[in-house]
Design a protein around this ligand. Structure first.
Ligand SMILES: [Zn+2]
Ligand SMILES: [Zn+2]
Length: 212
């Protein structure tokens, strides 16, 4: 599985990811953060078949480009059931706070924990990780984990927004992510990439290291 990172919403530093299977050329875009001609043209020039648009959660800084992608590609919009309502509600997706009034196309595929989407013979496994929002998900693609605003390098997602809950988030990270192979590369919704092992050892919020 291959991937490429785009930064189309510099004000928020949101990472937009394109992931594809190099054999079948089937692809998914994860969190197109804002409308971007560069992003659209880049995808069109890659000779890939964009099959899915997956939202890790429904916040406006992750779904602002959903309409643009739908206008340019025949994609299936995928989001967890608990965040599906945020797509079309600028108050719920928080975009009213920065005067954007984002209304994204409705979901075509409602996700739940354990669901699998396929790109050719490759599998995207959906892991429900509530805590930053109720319907936050991570997407495991082989040895890569796209984790939205659940886990960051040396950080975690905010839990003070509607639907957020600190203990729920910590539990999601410990019970759903820290049980994965330590070598897995973690690609967060903001900031630099990391690994499961590095966060298990050194994350100041959920570090598993016991004091000696
Ligand atoms: Zn968020
Ligand atoms: Zn975010």
């Amino acid at each position: 599985m291959k991937y490429k990172t785009f930064n189309v919403l510099p004000e928020f530093g949101t990472n937009t990811y394109l992931v594809w299977d190099d054999v079948s050329k089937e692809a998914a875009i994860i969190d197109p953060a804002a409308p971007s001609k560069i992003l659209v043209d880049d995808i069109k020039g890659m000779g890939i078949n964009l099959k899915y648009l997956i939202s890790t959660h429904g916040h406006g800084d992750h779904i602002g480009g959903n309409k643009s992608i739908n206008d340019n590609f025949d994609v299936k919009n995928c989001i967890h059931i608990e965040d599906a309502g945020l797509l079309s509600d600028p108050n719920e997706n928080l975009s009213t706070y920065w005067d954007s009034e984002i209304i994204a196309p409705k979901a075509d595929i409602i996700l739940k924990d354990g669901d699998e989407l396929t790109l050719g013979k490759e599998i995207l496994q959906i892991i429900h990780t509530p805590g930053h929002s109720r319907g936050g998900i991570c997407i495991l693609a082989g040895n890569i984990l796209f984790c939205g605003d659940t886990l960051f390098a040396q950080g975690i997602g905010r839990t003070d927004l509607p639907g957020g809950d600190y203990s729920t988030l910590i539990n999601s990270i410990k019970s759903k992510l820290f049980v994965l192979n330590g070598n897995i590369k973690v690609l967060p919704g903001h900031g630099t990439d990391t690994t499961i092992e590095d966060e298990k050892v050194g994350n100041p919020f959920v570090g598993m290291m016991t004091s000696l």
